[in-house]
Design a protein around this ligand. Sequence first.
Ligand SMILES: [Zn+2]
Ligand SMILES: [Zn+2]
Length: 366
Amino acid sequence: MLTAEITAPDRVEVLDRPLPKGPVGSSDLRVRMLAVGICGTDLSLATGLRTPPELPWRLGHEGIGEVAEVGSDTHGFAVGDRVALEPNITCGRCEYCSLGMTSACTSRLSAGVLTQPGFLAEVVDHPSEFCHRLPPGMALERAVCVEPLAVAASAIRRTGLDGTETVLVLGAGAQGLLSIFSLVAQGYRPYVSEPDGGRRALAVELGARVFTPRQCPAPDVVIDAAGVPEALGAVVDHLAPFAAITLVGEDHHHLGASSFSIVQKQLRIKGSFIYEHPRDMAEAVELLDEMPTEKIMGPALALDDVPAVFAGKGSHRGENSQPGASPQSEVTSQLEITPLLEVTSRPEVKQWVDMRLRTHNAHAMH
Ligand SMILES: [Zn+2]
Ligand SMILES: [Zn+2]
């Protein structure tokens, strides 16, 4: 079977590997992969910003597929079911898991990122407890958003909104836009701050408003999905006192706010890491029924296209920024430029691989 693996720093290759051998494990499902999303975490691993556990390392943690074989001890799954794979496999027994805070599990396994081979393979065996059944009719480019949506929706859930706040989303990459989807679904009309005109227009199309410091109400909640310090730095002086800031996703940048600003404004800053098992992935599946996330998806890539996606991305620095994002230096300079509200060319914010495409999809690369 074909797989996509990091074989050396800055090098991703499509390799031919043996199919999983023998019958599937008793508590596992054997899944024929249908689609796999690519995000900044994959890019960080491929470029060496994060160290892969070993080389070669099979990428992919945002995967959906079709059940090809069910383990003898599994329940509720049948061959042919479409499932979203939850890549973070938590123990269910440690003190955090016992409290329902599985994101802090002390022996968490993580497919494609930390411990297990990823989902960019034609066939993957995965514990059935970490598989979530998808509605049969859901389009692949929507269903492939389950995992990143679970990340965004969990960040918003953990922020603890009461329905009245002025919310500002920093960054309109995939995590920012999925945060906007989640907020709009809860009845908010969030503000957005994003230097790239196309992405900003897409955010507006999805229900956000462009944030202009001093002209817009002072936000009392910030969802920081920008991945660069300049984004928070540009707005911190315009926040309401006691504003709550939630940082989405894993990133390596330092915060763009001084301790002076944090103290003076009495800001409450919180990190939000992945999601809790099983509720957040399950809820993301339900949310997607009503969320046209295909609007943020790029064209389907073939597995053969994957090496090119990562080629030449070595200087990339923020996990939440997507490939093709504007350089960070533009963040502050463009913040106050009047937005272009007409989408002339739709930004393809979220990249994904349609595993059924066998041949190089030259059109999709441009
Ligand atoms: Zn991801
Ligand atoms: Zn645990």
